[in-house]
Write a protein that binds this ligand. Structure first.
Ligand code: TTP
Ligand code: MG
Ligand code: MG
Length: 432
């Protein structure tokens, strides 16, 4: 089944160097121990301690419940999280289960634990580490916040996931000073002042080198790389440090005796193309020489998300009612899943039909609230379907949700319009 996300504007690109003598300076910014650092904002008493984030999301307010039982003389709510005594936090010790670590604080990393390690294994390496459950809503919130700060200062930003972005420094004030260090420092400070979170920045002639550089001085690091640093700084690194060389390609390179980027650069381009294919070979050659012409691409917010499917054989609305109904429900569930995963809700729900004569018909309706709920989408999409002509056989069926808003913005709007004041206790309810 096809899945589509429609964007408000076409991605705009910085396609060429500015018509000045300025050097192209590209930054890669990556938040330090992101999920863990966000948790530490809530629990500052854990600063400096080994903390790992992973395992399921606990819904019941277990921790606060235990605190109320142990210290009934005190009031315990989300406003008192930073007073929670250390011995009330769950430890890794004795963990059994199949959970994996999403990330770990730098204090925990000293024990050899980090992203993707099983929690049981981690419990052996660092039993005293504190284990906190994940809270994606919170990470998404801070992700949006730090990106908003970046674009306020340097508008040419490319979103590369929850905790990292590329930024074109070339024409931004301060972007050329000390190779970009001045601007990098300014952005670091602005993010820290607003969120309390730290990040690391690499500034280089292109994305490839910037991405490597942002890791050089983590955490709270700034690394400046120039073209002429290639031999001394980049070539001694393992090939795996090139973003795009995964474990499989690394193993294949090793089977040819190529461990470092320098060893890769020493191979003839033709030899690489013969052994790794035309495209990969050419790319490996360019990457090992620090070359990367990719532009920083502006991302825009999606306006709609849709799922559609073309049937193996044409279906009829009446004769194949059951089969169509099942497909329709599945499409609604998939759109709802897409929305929820990406953190959006929508207000306009629609369908698309293509008949056996290739005629296309769409119907939609706008409801009075935002949703990402599969059943609700199914209900309103079903009403749209009733308004469509269904005499001809169908080739394709699609479901679309538009007028999108970030889920947290919609929640904020709803809260404001209801003007209720229930405190912030819901936050901890999700955590423990
Ligand atoms: P990273 O930027 O790779 O890691 P990090 O920010 O935790 O630490 P660093 O200081 O080294 O950058 O990933 C960002 C977030 O993505 C991380 O906090 C948790 C999540 N993540 C996973 O859930 N699983 C993973 O395997 C990785 C690598 C990250
Ligand atoms: Mg990070
Ligand atoms: Mg990252």
């Amino acid at each position: 089944m096809a899945c589509a996300i429609a964007k408000r504007t076409a991605a705009s690109e910085v396609t060429s160097l500015p018509p000045t003598t300025r050097l192209r300076r590209i930054a890669h910014l990556d938040m330090d121990a992101f999920y863990a650092s966000v948790e530490l904002l809530r629990y500052p008493q854990l600063k400096g301690l080994p903390v790992v984030i992973g395992g399921g999301r606990r819904r019941e307010d277990d921790l606060l419940g235990r605190l109320r039982a142990a210290h009934p003389e005190q009031e315990w709510s989300s406003a008192h999280l930073h007073h929670i005594p250390l011995d009330f936090f769950p430890r890794l010790d004795g963990y059994t289960g199949r959970g994996v670590i999403t990330t770990a604080t730098y204090a925990a990393r000293q024990f050899g634990v980090g992203s993707a390690l099983g929690l049981m294994k981690a419990a052996k390496l660092c039993p005293q580490a504190i284990l906190l459950p994940v809270d994606f809503d919170q990470y998404r919130h801070y992700s949006r916040r730090f990106k908003a700060i970046v674009t306020d200062i340097a508008p040419l930003m490319e979103d590369r996931g929850v905790d990292e972005v590329y930024i074109d420094f070339t024409d931004v004030p301060g972007g050329q000073r000390e190779g970009g260090r001045v601007l990098a420092r300014l952005i670091q400070k602005a993010i820290f002042d607003d969120t309390g979170l730290t990040c690391s920045v690499g500034v280089a002639p292109n994305k490839l080198l910037a991405k490597m550089a942002s890791e050089f001085n983590k955490p709270r690091g700034i690394s400046i790389v120039w073209e002429e640093d290639l031999e001394d700084t980049i070539w001694p690194l393992a090939c795996r440090k090139i973003n795009g060389i995964g474990p499989k390609l690394e193993a294949k390179l090793q089977s040819h005796g190529i461990e470092t980027i320098g060893q890769l650069a020493a191979r003839e381009q033709q030899w690489l193309m013969d052994n790794f294919g035309e495209r990969s070979g050419a790319w490996l050659h360019a990457a090992s020489h620090g070359q990367d012409a990719r532009a920083v691409v502006l991302e825009s917010e999606p306006v709609s998300m849709s799922r559609e499917t073309t049937f193996d054989a044409d279906l009829h609305a009446v004769r194949n009612r059951a089969e169509l109904g099942a497909i329709f429900t599945k499409l609604c569930e998939q759109v709802a899943g897409d929305l929820q995963r990406k953190g959006y809700v929508g207000k306009t729900i629609g369908i698309k039909l293509r008949f056996d004569d290739f005629q296309i018909v769409t119907r939609d309706q706008t409801i009075d609230h935002f949703t990402a709920d599969a059943q609700e989408i199914r209900q309103f999409a079903g009403q749209c379907l009733k308004r469509a002509p269904l005499q001809k056989r169908l080739r394709l069926l699609g479901v679309r949700v538009g007028a999108l808003l970030k889920a947290e913005d919609a929640a904020e709007r709803a809260a404001n319009s209801a003007s209720h004041d229930q405190g912030a206790d819901g936050l901890t309810g999700q955590l423990f």
